[in-house]
Design a binder for this molecule. Sequence first.
Ligand code: FES
Ligand SMILES: [Fe+2]
Length: 278
Amino acid sequence: MTLPDPEPRRLPLRRMPRSVWARQHPTWREASPSVIGGALKRALARPSGNWFVLAASSEVRTDRPFGRVVSGTELVAWRTPDGAVHAGPGACPHLGAPLCRGAVTEGNLVCRWHGLSLGPGGMPGWSPFPAHDDGVLVWVRLDGCGGEEPTEAPVVPERPRADASIAAVESLAGRCEPEDVVANRLDPWHGSWFHPYSFVGLTVTEVPQGPNPDPDRLVADVGFRVAGRWGVPVRAEFTCPEPRTVVMRIIEGRARAAWWRPTPRRWAPTATGSRAPP
Ligand code: FES
Ligand SMILES: [Fe+2]
């Protein structure tokens, strides 16, 4: 199937070729387990500094605590009046109350059960974790979960200019192995087959070559369906800058860079940025 030219014109919409689901070109031969598995293995081997996404920046506030379980660790986060973000264990060190049900008063976390006040410095038995706000996402460093060499800051991929883009974060609850999510994202071949309502004519045009590929990326041409046969053809690049991030960039076509991040949480929400790729 040939997709329309993705070069920008006044309107990005194009009439997509007619497609019948069962008559698409089968992609199982190209969706090689060794290519996907190799890309996953290289992604998992990249350093993360033990940083995990905790929340959207807008979810962590000065007027109330935020709670979430990340990689099996119950966490609470809040901001002090200067805007700085803080995170710590989610259970109160007194009798274990969920601190996310408490309050934030003058920059301190106050437990709902008996009023214990916890500041960013913590107290014996309750030590905050390093936290980082990159402007879109709040990250927390969990050295006990990551088991890697800790770093000062997370690996944040290059993003579009903040003043020329829109940030959107979506959190979804799921029970899964994090690497399965990443492996799924490194399989663009399933796009037109599994999501025919969203994607049409997906063709992978570039795969990483050899054991140490440079660039280490997958590139796919795909039409994003908008309504009926109308859609936007783009060329999308997929890369993994660290073990828990897959970045999709639109490198040709009308839509501009988007990026996507699965975060490992079992029984907990997953934060993602922007639109999910195929
Ligand atoms: S459980 Fe938090 S103050 Fe008692
Ligand atoms: Fe999918």
